[in-house]
Design a protein around this ligand. Sequence first.
Ligand code: G
Ligand code: G
Ligand code: MN
Length: 418
Amino acid sequence: MTSSMSRRRLLILDDDPLIGQTITAIAALAGLETRYTPHPEEFFRALEEWNPTHIALDLLMPEMDGVQVIQRLALHRCGAAIIITSGVGARVLDAAGRLAAEHGLNIVGVVPKPFTPARLRQLLLSEVPSPPGPVEHRGAQKQTPAPATTLSVEELRSAILSGAIVPYFQPKVVCATGALAGFEVLARWRHPEQGLIPPDRFIPLAEASGLIDELTLHVTDHALRWFALSCAAGNGAGSETSSAAPGAGVQLAVNISARTLSNTVLFDQIRERCLQLGIAAERLSFELTESSAMDDPIASLDLLTRLRMQGFHLALDDFGTGFSSMLQLVRLPFSEIKIDKSFVMTAMQSQESRTVTRFIVDLGRSLGLRCTAEGVEDLRVLDYLQTIGCDMAQGHAIARPMPADAALHWMQQRVSLR
Ligand code: G
Ligand code: G
Ligand code: MN
């Protein structure tokens, strides 16, 4: 503990010199090197030159407000442990903490002023969850920085045809036991010049150009073939516990766009593929976002009911982000809710995020739905989810989305560890 502590450097930004002196004194007593400035510009210069391990940040300043500072820290891909201090009310502080966490910053605590020296000391001395330095940008979840280049419909069409759009697989685990529950399929474009392109850069284009169903079918088909080979064992109910084969009883989840809900043929094609590959419908789950199911309420009710009757699972994705969510949850035959990652990612920093997370878990349980938390970036959140009775979890702290061979390897290693 002591050796790492001697390298701790705290940079303080606060327009009030008295508060700056107080924090400096507390931190110095706790053994940290400190620098204080009341000016944002000087703060950002020191950030570059001095590379602090800790930052104490006031939210209310005349020169630049705290939100602007948070945005600039995110642009700098700042990895320091950040403590937010301010005289604003608890709800505003809570919102600022969530904002910073969503920007991928490492918020270790939010302390209302006037703060007690003990609370500040505790934050300065607590273990830093991730190493300082611009290692990764958690909020942006991009493997490659998005280049400004636009992608054309023609390029997308030929990428689908040539197999350049591939499924990645992100594991989902049972909160209570840590056992593998399934994989979510997430499309990635292996672009010859631009590297790996994430779906938010091409799914909207695919939707707008009418290529989305072709894309989803292609990705799903590829994923099902992988699934049949890798997770073949365990078809049928109750097989999770009876078979020891890796992948036994695990499920596969695919994302479905709004537009696809009017295309019953696509679901027939997927069902056909499942039959050919010997994959029981119960092992496949379709994830729909809240906005998507509402476009044509009656048609989507027909289709979704039919899919459930055939045995497929239906998950309501990104739950908690849209205001029609409650209506859809009750009206449509979902079997699972996925708590939006914006709540889960910030559960350690925000009391409000924990309240929403717990509320959704309770709601799911009382409606008889399975509940999955997305965006688990910190293993302490997994412990929390377990205590509130959440069924499943998914997120970077468990595993990132991986290409097919890496996902298989991950699964086999995991089984051999048990
Ligand atoms: O993988 P993230 O890593 O960036 O995925 C972003 C979004 O893209 C997800 O919310 C998901 O709904 C959507 N998405 C990913 N793969 C597919 C796909 O194959 N088809 C459709 N329709 N959406 C997808
Ligand atoms: O379909 P949906 O929007 O739910 O897709 C999930 C998205 O969340 C994908 O873009 C996936 O890459 C991303 N994701 C998965 N786990 C994490 C995580 O722990 N943190 C963050 N920030 N994103 C994640
Ligand atoms: Mn999803």
